[in-house]
Design a binder for this molecule. Structure first.
Ligand SMILES: *[C@@H]1O[C@H](CO)[C@@H](O)[C@H](O)[C@H]1NC(C)=O
Ligand SMILES: *[C@@H]1O[C@H](CO)[C@@H](O)[C@H](O)[C@H]1NC(C)=O
Ligand SMILES: *[C@@H]1O[C@H](CO)[C@@H](O)[C@H](O)[C@H]1NC(C)=O
Ligand SMILES: *[C@@H]1O[C@H](CO)[C@@H](O)[C@H](O)[C@H]1NC(C)=O
Ligand SMILES: *[C@@H]1O[C@H](CO)[C@@H](O)[C@H](O)[C@H]1NC(C)=O
Length: 417
């Protein structure tokens, strides 16, 4: 270690001991020397193993992770929280900010995290691993979040009940700013894999997500009330939407995604609750759907209690391989055997572009545009769409309700009459 690093280390120790003295902390200087190291990049390094994490796959390591996070969050400047290789059993855990004096916090997740399977440990609505209120977080390192959802899936009432309790999301980001998630894997989540709520400025890439095709509500990435979100170069195969763009989002770009199995890339469902926010400025491009139930879908509840809008959305350069509903707008969405009385959806859809969409459809109706009787869709464009039937038989068809779409270039199936 050179003199410059030595003096930085001393300065940091001084700051920590100084602030500890104020906080009445009882940690000793020796503990600090043990727990904090400099990386060559001169950012601080905090290792969960130095906080008692056992990584034996049996002992609950949640407390060690929380203590290590606290240490990292209370430092100054750039800091790295390291989770070395190994299998860690983790219960519900929160990495909460703000980390006032931290400029960047990098979680180097090299480990394999397994979730506790005891559902009574989890709080309703919380994530399994939850990051909240942090600015400048990078989550990376090639590690895995394994939700071990198989035991929980039978307890998921959401496919059949409106007022269901959502099981824990594998990794949840709440009120985060400037987040980067890169090279992370999520498998077998109890419900959603990754969820963003009220986040600003999020960039996700090289994310791998997988769960069986028949696992309920295991959406890959769910985005809600967030803005400036960019997700790219990721592989997602689940039992529900690969990516779902919920209410209140703006400036969301989704690019270079391979999706399947799953329900495709969806906007919605919108109009489930009163006071939902609008969706504006969505781009989905350069992606491939294989064997999915839907390709690109917009769905709004038939009986929306409030009114909202979804506008300026572009779906372009998408390849469909044997997809049941490659292009679908469904404004009479009702996933249950019956929904309460059905006034037409009050979600207004406008300025929606489907461009360069080609491949195969496994069902006869390849383009289904079912808009609301109350508020017909406006400015729906289809440009260069070529979808054949997977079976190689006759051409598929289009179906339209309450919409006059505008057609440009190639159209297979042919436009609605
Ligand atoms: C942040 O740094 C400032 C000055 O460098 C210091 O006064 C303050 O106590 C620090 N806050 C925390 C939460 O460590
Ligand atoms: C913090 O992260 C941002 C985004 O990756 C980067 O541009 C910036 O250089 C980083 N700053 C420090 C001090 O590491
Ligand atoms: C499950 O968690 C609850 C709440 O923490 C606890 O009371 C119970 O003993 C746990 N059950 C098992 C089998 O560990
Ligand atoms: C539509 O959305 C795109 C992508 O977010 C954005 O760049 C563009 O400015 C928006 N257009 C309008 C008219 O708001
Ligand atoms: C296409 O998907 C259907 C189910 O949607 C499946 O039965 C069929 O085997 C698939 N065909 C190919 C060629 O993958």
């Amino acid at each position: 270690m050179n003199t410059e690093l030595d003096s930085k280390l001393l300065l940091v120790l001084f700051i920590i001991c100084f602030s500890d003295a104020f906080a009445g902390g009882s940690r000793t200087m020796i503990a600090q020397v043990k727990n904090i190291h400099y990386k060559e990049t001169s950012s601080l390094l905090v290792n969960v193993k130095d906080f008692g994490a056992r990584a034996d796959g049996r002992t609950d390591d949640s407390k060690a992770f929380e203590a290590a996070w606290k240490e990292a969050c209370e430092t100054t400047g750039a800091v790295t929280l390291l989770v070395p290789h190994g299998t860690y059993l983790i219960g519900p855990i929160k990495f909460a900010g703000p980390c006032k004096n931290v400029s960047n916090i990098t979680v180097q997740m090299k480990g394999y995290l397994i979730a506790s399977t005891n559902l009574s440990e989890y709080r309703f609505g919380a994530g399994w691993v939850e990051f909240g209120g942090v600015e400048g977080l990078t989550l990376t390192g090639g590690g895995t979040f394994d939700g071990r959802g198989a035991k929980a899936w039978p307890y998921n009432g959401c496919p059949t009940h409106f007022n269901c309790k959502l099981l824990p999301t594998n990794v949840k980001f709440v009120a985060m700013k400037k987040t980067i998630v890169r090279r992370i894997t999520s498998v077998n989540s109890k419900s959603f894999h990754i969820a963003l709520v009220e986040c600003k400025n999020f960039r996700g890439s090289k994310i791998k997500i997988s769960a069986p095709a028949n696992s309920p509500n295991t959406d890959g990435i769910h985005i809600e009330r967030s803005s400036s979100v960019h997700v790219s170069r990721s592989h997602i195969g689940t039992g529900d939407d690969c990516i779902s763009v919920g209410q209140g989002n703006s400036e969301v770009t989704i690019a270079s995604i391979t999706c399947g199995p799953g329900h495709g890339i969806s906007v919605g469902s919108l109009g489930r609750y009163p006071n939902e926010g609008d969706v504006r400025g969505l781009v989905v491009r350069d992606s491939t759907m294989t064997g999915t139930m839907n390709g690109v879908r917009i769905k709004t509840w038939a009986n929306s209690p409030g009114s909202s809008a979804a506008t300026n959305m572009t779906f372009e350069n998408i390849i469909m391989n044997n997809v049941s509903n490659p292009i679908i707008i469904d404004q009479a969405y009702c996933p249950f055997t019956s929904c309460p009385t059905k006034p037409p959806s009050r979600v207004k859809l406008s300025d929606i572009y489907f461009k360069n969409i080609r491949g195969t459809s496994s069902s006869a109706v390849a383009v289904a545009l079912e808009c609301s009787k109350g508020i017909p869709c406006q400015n729906i464009y289809l440009e260069n769409v070529h979808l054949d039937l997977s079976s190689g038989e006759k051409q598929p068809t289009s179906s339209c309700k309450n919409v006059e779409a505008k057609y440009i270039g190639t159209q297979v199936p042919p436009p609605c009459a």
